[in-house]
Design a protein around this ligand. Structure first.
Ligand code: HPA
Ligand code: ZN
Length: 383
């Protein structure tokens, strides 16, 4: 697949603006469930600047990079990171992304910072009618900097309570292990997180996937399933051994395979994987804007459509909006519609899929499903 055929950063921005300029009232108003967003991927330049100023922490785009002195310098450095069809290949781009993503964690020090970070996302979610979300966090990226668990988790918990009460956005957390760290570290973090299990609904796996297959983390995922957690893992698009990783995630890990797969778009290329995912009714969380950055534009829509048309429960999500042209769930749904030719009925199917594959209570699910139907009927009155 030629990276040279992916859209440049400028063309992606133009596409985003064109999609927003067209009528998008139905998609905006559709009640939403978001299942794939990294809270650390929502640290925008503005938020990072605010926290850095408050804490007096140094600001860099990469660990050994020069110290940045202003918001404008940070914005320019983040802009330079964006993959551009003429500049980088996939591996280089991923490496640069992870370097910047983990450096971004450095601005988080106090409970107030974690609270502000979560409120920043939840506040945005409310504006685009997200009713319920399951948010990823990467504890190893915080404990490795000496942040105590209670600082992180109590900040998250307070934001969660406030957002539910004041913004009517319900939420739960998915604790992701970093797959480029050891399975022992994952197990240690799993045990340390148990005091906070009443706000953690599931366990995930993210970070650099190269040579880190799902089965490597079987022990901790099996334990988590026995303890009642729901399970998911990233299978990044076009990563090395993508098909084998999807097979393990869908049918091997924790005895029978996971409850959901994050990304996993390469399943569209293999009928056996599609059958496996359908047989086990594994939900998939897709983030089209993220793929647009390194997948050939012409290929992306048809691949998403293969999964959708096969009847797999795919949902549309945002991933790391601060690093992806400021594209949140709304822009991702607009892109899915644009690339796949989805009509409003299809968008309802996608919204319902997200509800159905979520790990919310049945009461929460029923309410959102009813609300989705009401919005559809309001926009499509019977003749
Ligand atoms: N892939 C894997 N891990 C991640 C990502 C991603 O796109 N974003 C944040 N952690
Ligand atoms: Zn992700």
């Amino acid at each position: 697949m030629g990276i040279e055929e992916a859209l440049s950063a400028e063309l992606r921005e133009k596409l985003r603006d064109d999609l927003l300029a067209a009528d998008h009232k139905f998609i905006l108003e559709l009640p939403k469930v978001e299942l794939h967003v990294h809270i650390e991927g929502t640290i925008t330049a503005e938020l990072r600047w605010k926290l850095t100023q408050r804490n007096g922490t140094p600001l860099r785009i990469a660990k050994n990079g020069p110290e940045l002195q202003s918001l404008e310098e940070l914005q320019a450095a983040m802009d330079l990171l964006r993959p551009d069809s003429s500049r980088v290949n996939n591996d280089e781009e991923r490496f640069q992304f992870f370097e910047a993503y983990y450096e971004g964690f450095e601005c988080l020090k106090t409970k107030e910072d974690y609270f502000d970070l979560a409120m920043h996302y939840l506040g945005h979610a409310a504006t685009v009618n997200v009713r319920y979300c399951e948010i990823f966090f990467d504890p190893q990226g915080h404990t490795s900097r000496g942040i105590p668990w209670n600082i992180m988790m109590e900040g998250f918990r307070e934001a969660q309570k406030k957002a539910e009460k004041e913004l009517k956005v319900k939420s739960a957390w998915i604790m992701c292990f970093l797959r480029d760290m050891s399975p022992e570290s994952a197990m240690e973090h799993y045990k340390a997180a148990l005091p906070y299990r009443n706000i953690i609904v599931g366990i995930g796996l993210d970070s650099n996937e190269t040579d880190r297959p799902p089965a490597l983390f079987d022990e901790v995922f099996s334990l988590a399933r026995n303890d009642g957690f729901k399970l998911t893992m990233h299978c990044d698009v076009d990563s090395k051994n993508a098909h084998e990783h999807i097979r393990q995630a869908a049918s091997v890990v924790a005895g029978k395979g996971l409850d959901r797969i994050d990304h996993g778009l390469n399943a569209a290329e293999d009928r056996r994987l599609i059958e496996l995912i359908l047989k086990r009714d594994v939900g998939m969380t897709l983030c089209p804007w993220s793929y647009l950055r390194h997948t050939t534009y012409a290929e992306l829509g048809p691949k998403i459509r293969v999964l959708y048309d096969a009847g797999i429960k795919i949902s549309i999500n945002s991933d790391d909006p601060a690093y992806m042209e400021d594209c949140w769930i709304l822009q991702n749904m607009l892109l899915a519609k644009h690339l796949c030719g989805f009509d409003d009925k299809d968008l309802v199917v996608l919204a319902r899929n997200a509800v159905n594959i979520s790990w919310a209570s049945s009461a929460v699910k029923e309410n959102i499903l009813k609300e989705i139907d009401l919005v559809y009927d309001r926009f499509h009155p019977a003749q």
